[in-house]
Design a protein around this ligand. Structure first.
Ligand SMILES: Cc1ncc(COP(=O)(O)O)c(C=O)c1O
Length: 348
């Protein structure tokens, strides 16, 4: 979802942005008007996420999946060593890509229980000599998230925050690099945001293609080539909306309340059950089951008929999953729970 306010503003500005006489889509990315849009989007990231000044915010393309390759290409030193925690499909893909270029190592995995928990991690499990440690902070498909960051010593911590960016407070200074595809909490697909500590820029392996080198984008203000201009513009509107409602602190409070409504019901229900261990539950993705495939299918069908869409769990895990990203209002979650209660009563 995107905030309705954002969609309405975009609709109002669709054919003419400000005094420019044209749509943002039609602007030259080198124009003064467009520069003001990308500058504002960047400024708002620093402000909303409290990003220290020794970090760069880059607006890139290729999705979070391109970062799976870009990170090892840029962060591997001659040692080419990185540690991975496997908490789902996306973490596994990041690992597999890094393995193509060097010695990616699995430190821990929750594969044994269908990724329904975050492995317990202690400092001694990590290689102090690694170039970086990679984690997936929120696991979109399985509905887990790290409620505590691993202690990795001085090794740069890299996190995929695609499905939790701007959903709750995050201490950016604890990370070497953060990355996110825009399509969950910050705008339309086509934009990827990378937040990188400056000392990690400029050491890419020789084989790194120019477009996959962070330095290329850092040196050119994310304008080495044409950036995804319209997606960045919508991102700016989303960030303005978020600032308007009180920033990350305010949305975190709303997100916690929203998630609690759903988890409290799942904990009390005799029919529906959450699939994730309590201490690792995500605020954004809530997977649940009935324990009966036919009943799951009936629920999804009736929910869809009643306007609750996209509730089918990921094809690899089945069941149901409610994604309650930033733009989902509390009323949406309350309406879903009311519908689940009704369904439970009717199907006892
Ligand atoms: C945590 C996570 N990482 C990576 C991806 C892949 O993102 P993209 O489609 O932008 O490559 C997704 C997509 O859902 C995701 O949820």
């Amino acid at each position: 979802m995107l905030p309705e306010e954002v969609l309405k503003t975009a609709a109002g500005e669709m054919t003419c942005y400000g005094q420019t006489g044209m749509s943002v889509m039609e602007m030259s990315h080198r124009s003064k008007d467009y520069q003001a849009i990308i500058d504002r989007a960047s400024e708002l990231f620093y402000e909303l996420m409290d990003i220290p000044s020794n970090y760069k915010v880059l607006f890139l393309q290729g999705g979070a999946s391109t970062q799976f390759a870009m990170i090892p290409l840029n962060l591997y030193s001659e040692k080419k060593k990185a540690d991975f925690v496997i908490t789902g499909q996306w973490a596994k893909k990041a690992y597999q890509e890094a393995k193509r270029y060097g010695n990616a190592r699995i430190v821990a995995s929750s594969d044994d229980k269908t990724f329904s928990y975050i492995p317990k991690l202690t400092k001694d499990m990590f290689d102090p000599d690694a170039d970086y440690v990679h984690i997936t902070l929120n696991n979109t498909i399985y509905g887990t998230k790290y409620n505590q960051l691993p202690d990795v010593g001085d090794v740069p911590l890299v996190a995929d925050i695609s499905s939790c960016i701007l959903s709750e407070k995050l201490d950016v200074s604890k990370f070497g690099l953060l990355y996110a595809g825009a399509q969950k909490n910050i705008g339309p697909a086509g934009l990827t945001v990378v937040i990188i500590r400056e000392d990690l820029i400029g050491k890419a392996l020789d084989i790194t293609p120019t477009m996959l080198n962070y330095q290329t984008h850092a040196d050119n203000g994310s304008m080495y080539n044409t950036p995804p201009t319209y997606s960045i513009y919508i991102c700016k509107l989303v960030l303005e909306w978020l600032k308007g409602i009180g920033g990350v602190e305010a949305i975190e409070k709303i997100n916690r309340e929203k998630a609690a409504v759903l988890y409290d019901y799942l904990d009390a229900s005799a029919m529906f059950k959450g699939t994730v261990v309590k201490e690792d539950r995500s605020l954004m993705n809530v997977p649940f089951i009935t324990g009966n495939d036919d009943l799951n299918a009936k629920f999804i069908k009736e929910a869809t008929e009643n306007g609750f869409v996209n509730l089918k769990g990921h094809r690899t895990v089945g069941g149901m999953r409610a994604s309650i990203y930033n733009a989902m209002p509390a009323e949406g979650v309350e309406a879903l729970v009311a519908f689940m209660k009704k369904f439970e009563n009717e199907n006892k």
